[in-house]
Design a protein around this ligand. Structure first.
Ligand SMILES: [Zn+2]
Length: 256
């Protein structure tokens, strides 16, 4: 009984720290996405997280991106655009890393900001080969695969979760859920301009410097991916996040 209460209180802590205007998902897909990617929504320190766990169109994404304060800079040969607070703290982290002869560089041109179409394309790059594979293997009827292909990217999400619950995983290596490989359309933290994919993610010293400046790992198994939460590490559990150990790394996830 005592244990149950404790878990309940912890999950209340996360809920209590969500922005007042945040639309808490009531459907199972939305709730799952909140669990997997939801650390972002308690971001502080000048960050403005989205009010929804899933953007349904380019129009919704661009309205949100227009509403936030953002800045650009050239980092590691790429133009990086992030929310102003996120970029400022990233540059502070880079400067501190330099003192120790370390670099922090983006992996590519799409390492920071993305738009809705980018997330649709990335999603399709996992879904299409996975459907073809499971049909080829005889686990999935071609008719069912075709039906899924014809759905809108948004509608595909729940169907992909359904076939994954039957053991047909859709990550790049087909060994785990697609959510650990690519974000469903409209749900990528990169849409919020509070995320960055970093080359030097394997270096613990780099991860520590980023954490000191409010950048944390919040998506399990997405190793290069960092999220700007804008607080110090000792505040994260008070905001309702829990530290999860996976693949020799720590990730901060909603304690739901
Ligand atoms: Zn990323």
């Amino acid at each position: 009984m005592k244990k149950t209460n404790k878990i309940k209180n912890k999950s209340n802590e996360y809920i209590a720290n969500l922005p007042k205007e945040f639309n808490r998902p009531t459907d199972t897909v939305g709730q799952r996405l909140l669990k997997e990617y939801g650390a972002l929504f308690i971001a502080r320190g000048g960050a403005i997280p989205p009010q929804t766990v899933i953007f349904k169109s380019e129009r919704e994404v661009s309205a949100y991106q227009k509403s936030i304060s953002k800045s650009k800079d050239s980092i590691g040969g790429f133009t990086i655009e992030l929310q102003t607070a996120a970029l400022k703290n990233l540059k502070d982290a880079i400067a501190e890393a330099e003192k120790n002869n370390l670099t922090i560089t983006p992996r590519g041109a799409d390492s920071a900001k993305r738009n809705y179409a980018d997330t649709v394309m990335l999603w399709a790059s996992r879904v299409n080969p996975a459907l073809a594979y499971w049909v080829e293997k005889g686990n999935l009827e071609e008719a069912e695969a075709s039906k899924i292909r014809l759905l809108s990217p948004f509608e595909q999400v729940s169907e992909i979760f359904k076939i994954e619950s039957r053991g047909m995983f859709c990550s790049k290596d087909l060994s785990k859920s697609i959510v650990y490989s690519v974000a469903p359309p409209g749900t990528s933290q990169h849409l919020s301009m509070l995320a960055l994919d970093v080359n030097e993610h394997y270096d613990l010293r780099v991860r520590d410097v980023l954490a000191e400046h409010g950048w944390f790992q919040t998506v399990v198994s997405d190793l290069p991916h960092f999220t700007f939460l804008g607080v110090s590490e000792n505040q994260l559990s008070k905001l309702g996040l829990k530290k999860v150990f996976d693949g020799r790394r720590f990730f901060w996830l909603p304690n739901l």
